[in-house]
Design a protein around this ligand. Sequence first.
Ligand code: HEM
Length: 495
Amino acid sequence: MELISSCLLLLPTIAFSLFLLKLITSSLGHAKLPLPPGTMGWPYIGETFQLYSQNPNTFFASKLKKYGSIFKSHILGCPCVMIASPEAAKQVLVSKAHLFKPTFPASKERMLGKQAIFFHQGDYHAKLRKLVLRAFMPEAIKTIVSEVESIAVASLDSWEGKLITTFQEMKTYAFNVALLSILGKDEAQYREDLKRCYYILEKGYNSMPINLPGTLFHKAMKARKELAKILAKILSLRRETKQTHNDLLGSFMEESEGLTDDQIADNIIGVVFAARDTTASIITWILKYLAENPSVLQAVTVRISILVKLQTKSQLFLANCLKNGVLSFEQEEQEAIMKGKEESGEEKLLNWYDTKKMPITTRVIQETLRVASILSFTFREAVEDVEFNGYLIPKGWKVLPLFRNIHHNPENFPEPEKFDPSRFEVAPKANTFMPFGNGIHSCPGNELAKLEILVLLHHLTTKYRWSMMAPQNGIQYGPFPLPQNGLPIKLSLKS
Ligand code: HEM
């Protein structure tokens, strides 16, 4: 009996010792692992200068050639591991996502708002993500197609006959669509004030984080406070009127979700920020690639024209197209489009299903997302020492999945620099195409982005022509890669 009770007493001690032993051996195991190959450059500065003094792609490409697809470096004051293989990027973003948290400079967090979705992991992130996805999933954005279309038509009309800077105008377009999906139609009265504040905020976003009167950073922080005030006004008006709204703000305001007003403001400000320049850059690149590839432009236009004609309910035209093999999509789908139009009575307006029947245009968008790879990489940080494919990634090191390099690897995409939408007729290999990221932080706005691009291209290619003002070979970074000077073009109505 005594023997049994002393054994029982000993059990916790043995278990604890085993636990300690495991901890020691596992940390020794980690310590024995080598760091990934690569160089760290100068103390503190690291290799920041090498990265930013040239085209960043040249820096990454030369490192890849020398060290392979996982290598270390030191940029912007941080030791980093760069990841350029699809499988390893998937581990960081999906299967081992709990070991790699999102990370941003403190100044960016302050500016967008510390409680915004981008900066979080765990339960709070999951709750926000559920709410954001609810507002941007196809079921929700289906209902705003005609309003997106009105914004597209009005924007094109205002550019007609003018010399425009594509990127600037597309920013306004993407901003207006983002506001529609986030705040609905009711808040149009605040649009100009919100726009003005955002322009100041964005100028400060990439400036030196010096918060002294007169600096861009200081002005941006003031604009941010003003944005929060406008949102507080909208929140209190909505509470007074007690109406339910199907937009993102409505989703955030649901009482059961228990978000504070500050949390709501941080997330609204952040989502608008995430929605605008990304979408505007992609549309700018699309216009450049279509102008440079007339045969692709023609294929997009003709296909879209067919869709337009189908909307006039011409059964004869449909029958001919199908007979001549011009239409490759299913007859049922076409009939569904026409039936839908007949029932709604809105003959010429696009609807969600129309946008799902634009395969060539969709491939143009995919190929532009690949070639332009506007988010060249993203940042994560190891939350503990991580054993990663035979290497040690020490706690606190930054980890950068290199989207652009994966999208430009000839093993994944032959002749990667060539703009060839037809390559997407076949699905890309698993994990090689991640324009919207991967895993729990992947882009919840991707359906909205694709919708607004398709709707704009529909009207642009069927009614307008455009020409670039000069040969466009240069690229500027602001911070996304963009055609030089934001792509000045002249837009005119087709005769
Ligand atoms: C062509 C346009 C767009 C591109 C290329 C793009 C790309 C991305 C990428 C790559 C990420 C993941 C970043 C990471 O893993 O660190 C992301 C996240 C995000 N995007 Fe987009 N995006 C676009 C448009 C939009 C739009 C229109 C919205 C909103 C309406 C949006 C809202 C967000 C949000 C809220 C996140 C953070 C998600 C999270 O942390 O859970 N994006 N985007």
